[in-house]
Structure formats: C-alpha cells, structure tokens
Design a protein around this ligand. Structure first.
Ligand SMILES: NC(=O)c1ccc[n+]([C@@H]2O[C@H](COP(=O)([O-])OP(=O)(O)OC[C@H]3O[C@@H](n4cnc5c(N)ncnc54)[C@H](OP(=O)(O)O)[C@@H]3O)[C@@H](O)[C@H]2O)c1
Length: 183
C-alpha cells in the first residue's frame, strides 16, 4: 500500500494533504487539533485510508509511536512533507529516522533562502539520515507592482505540490530575490 505523511498538514498545507490522499493509498497527517484532523478526514473522503495523529510534534515519544503505528497499519511511508516550526528542533530529524528510507520534502520559511546564510542546520540534520532523499521547498514572497507580500495559503499549497513534482532542491515557492524586498 503506498503511504504518504504530512506533518503540519491541516493548516496552509490542507490542500496538499487532500491531493496526496488522491495520489496515495494511505495518508497520515500530524497536527495537534483533532477537530481540524476530522475536517481533513471529511475532505479526503474515500480517496485514501486516513490516519490523523493528534499530537504535539515537540513530544518525541508521541511522535515516534504515532509514526510507528501508522507504518504498522499502512506500510512504510514513501513520501513525507514536513512543515515543522523552529520551536520543535528535534522533530524534523526524528521523523526522518522513523521513516527512512523515504523521500522527504522539508517545507521551510524564507530565512532558509537568505543569501547571507552560511549553512542550514535544519537541512544537515535531516539530509544526513541514511536512506532519506531530501529536498527543501522554501516559502518565499511575491513581488508585484514594485511592492512585496507574503504568499497566500493557496499559493503555498500549489507551490509545495509543484516542489513535490519538480523534485528540485531547493525549490523556491514565489521568490527570494531581491532579498532586500522581503516583506
Ligand atoms: N513565506 C510565506 O509567505 C509564509 C511562510 C510561512 C507561513 N506563512 C503564512 O503564515 C500562516 C501561519 O503559519 P502557520 O505555521 O501557523 O501555519 P499553518 O500551516 O496554518 O499551521 C501549522 C500546521 O502545523 C500544525 N501544528 C502547529 N503546531 C503544532 C505542534 N506543536 N504540534 C503538531 N502540529 C502542529 C497545525 O495544526 P494544529 O494547530 O492543530 O496543531 C497546522 O496543521 C500560514 O497560513 C501562511 O499563510 C507564509
């Protein structure tokens, strides 16, 4: 059974979760609120088997056991799309360790695209896990009419799906240039 995972999949990545449910036999989604996971379950409908894991990604044990349970039920995760706030620095690697070997699309904020940044610790932490095929989807911004703004949820979801399909690393959603125009 093909199995995809979206961590943080009930917010701006809601439409990504729905689309992956269309593409995979089973979908596991991690978020805290059971109510939002139920809304997503309704949207997924019959298109895939759906497992909503209601937990805090800062709780290592809960995250580990949820991923193990999901893979016992639906088989190994082939693709993970992870949007994890910086407040849970261990979670991105923990997910990678649990699901390897697998493809891992790491959705990150625009700071990761700062040309002045020397290294990206988040990338190193995850990409170094054996068996992980890693790529980043950097959420940039939009420049229009000489002004700049952040991306809408619809632009983010469409861009992350494009990143999955393009398999580029990094894939920039919107733009990160000129960096001085970052909103
Ligand atoms: N470059 C850009 O333009 C850019 C970049 C980033 C964000 N944004 C915007 O900023 C808005 C807010 O961003 P956001 O990250 O708050 O967006 P979000 O995608 O709406 O919410 C984050 C997702 O992660 C889950 N989550 C949050 N904390 C969690 C935790 N501790 N444990 C487990 N799951 C957790 C949320 O569900 P629960 O709350 O139920 O846990 C939800 O599924 C977005 O709507 C987006 O439009 C724009």
């Amino acid at each position: 059974m093909s199995h995809a995972l979206v961590v943080g999949g009930t917010g701006m990545l809601f439409a990504v979760s729905v689309e992956l449910a269309r593409r995979y036999d089973a979908l596991t989604v991690v978020a805290r609120r059971a109510s939002r996971l139920e809304t997503l379950r309704d949207a997924v409908g019959e298109s895939a088997r759906f497992h909503g894991a209601a937990l805090d990604w800062g709780d290592d044990d809960a995250l580990r056991s949820a991923l193990d349970e999901a893979q016992e039920a639906y088989g190994p995760v082939e693709l993970a799309v992870c949007w994890i706030h910086g407040s849970a620095p261990r979670a991105p690697r923990l997910v990678a360790e649990r699901i390897a070997p697998a493809r891992y699309v790491h959705v990150v904020g625009s700071a990761a695209g700062d040309p002045a940044r020397v290294g990206d610790e988040r990338r190193d932490a995850v990409a170094s896990v054996e068996g992980i095929r890693y790529s980043q989807a950097i959420l940039g911004f939009v420049v229009e009419g000489g002004r700049s703004r952040w991306l809408t949820d619809a632009e983010i979801a469409a861009g992350v799906l494009a990143a999955i399909d393009a398999d580029d690393d990094p894939y920039v959603v919107g733009t990160i240039r000129p960096w001085s125009m970052r909103p």
